[in-house]
Design a protein around this ligand. Structure first.
Ligand SMILES: [Zn+2]
Length: 159
């Protein structure tokens, strides 16, 4: 297996909480090393430590690579440097908006509560929005409502 073939397989793995983005688009795969034809090391950075999706994603990486014939797979969790919202590619940000999820706001600092007002609406881009719940459909998201178009939307707060 080549590194490109491994990356092609990983490109099919989605974060269950953001089903239209792959773990590569999310910036969760730092590197892949192919040390022998059947031995692969995947350097993996979770978006949010303690996020229940992390375990599921790691299991799927193992299953998919095993199914492709890789016998020795090591997943190394690389916590430094930590995953940040800058790990998102511009295409990934656009896909998030298409899914109705507002991407992390640059002024929202790690560990702080999500802002109560002003997160841009992914549907109409209005900033006349308000926080409804600090926990949305999953622990990694907060729920907002747009006052302009009336749509409720998720805000991705992992970073
Ligand atoms: Zn709106």
């Amino acid at each position: 297996m080549t590194k490109e073939e491994i990356l092609d397989i990983l490109q099919q793995i989605k974060d269950p909480e953001i089903p239209n983005l792959s773990v590569i688009e999310l910036g969760m795969i730092r590197d892949v090393e192919v040390n022998a034809p059947n031995a692969v090391i995947v350097r993996f950075t979770p978006t949010y430590s303690g996020c229940p999706a992390t375990t599921l994603i790691k299991m799927e990486i193992l299953q998919r690579l095993k199914a492709a014939g890789v016998e020795h797979i090591e997943i190394v969790e690389q916590l430094s440097p930590p995953w940040t919202t800058e790990s998102f590619s511009p295409q990934a940000l656009e896909k998030l908006r298409q899914a109705g999820i507002a991407p992390p706001h640059p002024h929202h600092k790690k560990g702080e509560d999500p802002p109560s007002l002003g997160i841009p609406c992914p549907y109409c881009e209005s900033t006349d929005t308000k926080l409804l719940s600090a926990f949305g459909t999953t622990a990694c998201k907060a729920l907002y409502q747009c006052n302009s178009c009336g749509q409720p939307f998720d805000y991705f707060k992992c970073h």
